[in-house]
Design a protein around this ligand. Structure first.
Ligand code: SAM
Length: 285
């Protein structure tokens, strides 16, 4: 029989996974602060960073270090505290734990022990970049970091080149220039992309252009934390469904006249204009 228990009822121990700001401290949610105030311990990726963050909000809690290199051992301690009835939360340096951050092994151990996990929502760099990108977001794939070794990175990009959905990449400022050059040559120089830097911070910037244009930006200007959102590979005529065309038509009709919208949709999907026009008549007239 499958064991079920509501997260906020019953007696099984529960670990909170708390999202933290990716730059702007005002994005630390009231709920995160409320939950933290009730904790006995906070486990975190970096006790110094989290200590400073908690101090800014006048929270003084015992911290437990739990990062990439000690996660198994730290998980043992956290499990044992949870089994004693202590309240414990886990947070990484920025955004959601586990998303390109430590916490996965801890969460898995907690779940395997038959305990519960609850997430306190907050900012995430990838979603923030996607939402502001202007690139279709109906279906998307979060890739996270590409490999830092150029040959492996190129192999990874090769494996993605025919993928039709939007892809979200995290990248370091030291590698972004070379990555953009590889992307332009492997994914295609005309692909639309959005490079967003320093999200939620004073120098926030979205640069929306083709991969080729982005690869020609001056390296010195690409500083800070960044996310790259790249549109998916264009589909061939027979691969694009009517539903996709109608959805994109609906989107474009919101911002342009019907003639332009039909042209834009036909161009985007490499389709004959009469197919788009027929769908326009069927669905919007
Ligand atoms: N856990 C985080 C999340 O939920 O977004 C991601 C952590 S990952 C170690 C750090 C990467 O996220 C950075 O290298 C960058 O690609 C992206 N990132 C984090 N904060 C950002 C920001 N303020 N602006 C742009 N990118 C950011």
């Amino acid at each position: 029989m499958l064991k079920r228990e509501l997260n906020f009822q019953g007696t099984s121990p529960l670990l909170y996974l708390i999202a933290t700001p990716i730059g702007n401290l005002e994005e630390f949610s009231p709920r995160a602060l409320h939950v933290l105030r009730e904790m006995d311990y906070v486990a975190c990726e970096d006790t110094r960073n989290s200590g400073l963050l908690l101090k800014r909000f006048s929270l003084d809690l015992p911290l437990i270090s739990c990062h990439e290199h000690n996660e198994e051992k730290a998980s043992e301690r956290i499990l044992s505290l949870l089994s004693e009835g202590k309240k414990v939360a886990y947070m990484s340096d920025a955004g959601y734990p586990i998303i390109s951050d430590p916490g996965q092994r801890l969460a898995r151990r907690v779940i395997e022990a038959g305990y519960k996990v609850s997430v306190v929502n907050g900012p995430n760099a990838g979603l923030c970049a996607l939402v502001g990108s202007g690139i279709p977001s109906e279906h998307f794939y979060f890739y996270g970091f590409l490999d830092s070794k150029p040959s492996s990175r190129r192999k990874q990009l090769e494996s993605l080149k025919d993928f039709h959905d939007t892809i979200i990449f995290y990248e370091s400022p030291h590698r972004i220039h070379d990555t953009l050059i590889d992307m332009a040559s492997i994914l295609g120089k005309d692909r639309r992309a959005s490079l967003s830097r320093e999200l939620t911070k004073t120098h926030e910037e979205y640069i929306r252009a083709t991969l080729e244009e982005l690869s020609q930006l001056e390296e010195e200007t690409l500083i800070g934390e960044m996310v790259l959102v790249v549109e998916g590979a264009k589909k061939g005529i027979n691969e694009t469904t009517d539903e996709e065309i109608v959805n994109y038509l609906k989107e474009t009709l919101g911002t342009m006249k019907s003639k332009e919208a039909i042209k834009e949709v036909a161009q985007r999907y490499h389709l004959p204009k009469n197919r788009v026009y027929d769908l326009y008549l069927k669905n919007f007239k």
